[in-house]
Design a protein around this ligand. Structure first.
Ligand code: SF4
Length: 469
């Protein structure tokens, strides 16, 4: 069904007063249901059932590979990672990962094409050239990776572990997208977070990435770090614009030292206060938009010519655990410690403990320790939430057609909420379609939360979700 977006403002001007009024703590919906619904009663038979249905569907595959090691600790980090200098530890993990690749690849029909693969961490590029090559070829031997022209192959890069030559190797292997962890260019901020990487180093990598013709370069930036101010972040964004990455992710730093011990090493007195953080976010976002970037949603910006922006304009954008993507119809196979798979109507996750993961793989057992089988209601709600997040609209007739429901009856209670959002200016209703307005996009999770049936229970349990601030 072709839907024309009408009545939406072209630009998305960030308004601090508006965000202050409407921002709520809530899930980021890289999945629905969220990982909070994964449970340990999920069995290997549940997984095999999903794989069987997936093989029948003959849908393409997407791979996520988790490489958890880092050379040193960035104090703000909340990722599942292991700091080590030991080559032996990395080798033992790589051996376990290769076993999992061989084991899981046998579950899926040979010949199912892989159109998308992402290596995340930790620091994937902390592995040396020989190890990265070995891993790529091991995956290529067991899964059918389509050629680099048609596939989307991306990797997260810590610039401190990267050289122009190593970048050439990645391109030679088949990666065509890279994501650089920048965070902030200010030296004082970099020292405070224990991640010093000179501008010149990034500049050289950018030149190399252009020479090697990577299809897309993403920068990860963070706001809310110690010593950041509106002025200092403006300088960082100016330098980012100068380097001209295709995509930018601007993440909120959430200070939770009780949960993530290393965050206690940050100079707390130097953290920007909530009001200043809000000013930083709005100023930085407006600066990116003035420079020609398009706000995709949920922390992400892209050049209008980038595939993400084009896919969003055409109504073909999707979202998974890696964020936004242009691939919809693929089952996601997670490989490595803590990785999550989405296979047919099942989410399942490998153990988060590296010791347990390696032990299971050495015995040849399944590393999956939690998951959830989606009900039809989960699938309907997921379709609604993903449409709001990715396409910035909700077309009830599409949902009715897809799931054989009467939207007004099925979502009788939610419709009242939608109408309130229309009154508040977060949505615009036209011809039976709810379009998310430019303002609504700034607080999109508030709209999505209306359809999350599990949220009231999590709120009652006191689960802490992130906010924009
Ligand atoms: S390199 Fe990335 S994963 Fe590793 S400690 Fe730093 S932020 Fe965390």
């Amino acid at each position: 069904m072709h839907v024309v977006k009408e009545g939406l403002e072209e630009d998305s001007l960030w308004d601090s007063e508006f965000i202050r009024q409407h921002d709520v703590a809530g899930p980021r919906y890289t999945s629905y249901p969220t990982a909070l619904q994964f449970h340990e009663e999920f069995t290997h038979e549940d997984y095999l059932g999903a794989v069987g249905r997936s093989n029948e569907s003959r849908m393409p595959l997407s791979l996520y590979v988790h490489l958890p090691f880092c050379a040193s600790l960035c104090y703000y980090c909340a990722c599942n990672k292991v700091i080590t200098q030991s080559d032996e530890k990395k080798r033992r993990y790589l051996d376990a990962l290769i076993k999992e690749i061989r084991m899981k690849s046998r579950d899926f029909d040979q010949g199912r094409p892989v159109y998308q693969m992402h290596w995340g961490g930790g620091t994937p590029t902390y592995f040396n050239e020989a190890e990265l090559t070995e891993l790529w070829f091991e995956i290529g031997r067991h899964f059918h990776l389509v050629d680099s022209e048609r596939g989307e192959y991306s990797i997260e890069i810590d610039p401190r572990t990267m050289t122009a030559d190593k970048l050439g190797l990645l391109k030679g292997l088949g990666f065509n997208r890279i994501s650089l962890g920048i965070q902030d260019f200010d030296r004082k901020v970099q020292e405070a977070i224990n991640r010093v990487q000179p501008f010149q180093q990034i500049e050289e990598l950018m030149m190399a990435s252009r020479n090697y013709q990577f299809r897309s370069v993403n920068f990860d930036l963070i706001y809310g770090l110690p010593y950041q101010s509106v002025a200092s972040v403006r300088d960082t964004i100016n330098r980012v614009i100068e380097l001209s990455p295709d995509r930018i992710s601007l993440f909120n730093y959430a200070h939770l030292p009780q949960r993530f011990k290393s965050q206690g090493l940050l100079p707390e007195e130097a953290l920007p206060l909530v009001e200043e953080k809000l000013q930083i976010l709005c100023a930085a976002s407006n600066q990116l938009i003035d420079a020609g970037y398009v706000y995709i949603g949920m922390d992400h910006f892209a050049k209008p010519t980038d595939e993400l922006a084009v896919a969003q304009a055409e109504g073909n954008l999707h979202r998974n655990f890696q964020g936004y993507t242009t691939f919809k119809d693929a089952d996601l196979v997670g490989l490595g410690v803590s990785s999550i798979s989405l296979i047919n109507n099942v989410y399942c996750q490998n153990t988060k403990s590296i010791t347990e993961y390696q032990g299971l793989m050495e015995k040849g057992d399944s590393p999956i320790t939690a998951g959830v089988l989606l009900s039809t209601d989960d699938e309907i709600r997921r379709a609604v939430i993903m449409s709001l997040l990715c396409q910035n609209w909700l077309v009830p007739s599409q949902i009715e057609e897809q799931y054989g429901i009467v939207f007004g009856e099925y979502f009788f209670n939610e419709i009242r909420g939608l109408n309130c959002f229309v009154e508040e200016g977060l949505l615009a209703r036209q011809g039976g379609v709810y379009n998310v307005t430019s303002k609504g996009r700034l607080v999109i999770r508030k709209i999505c939360m209306l359809f999350d049936i599990y949220l009231p229970q999590h709120m009652k349990d006191g689960t802490r979700f992130s906010r924009v601030l």
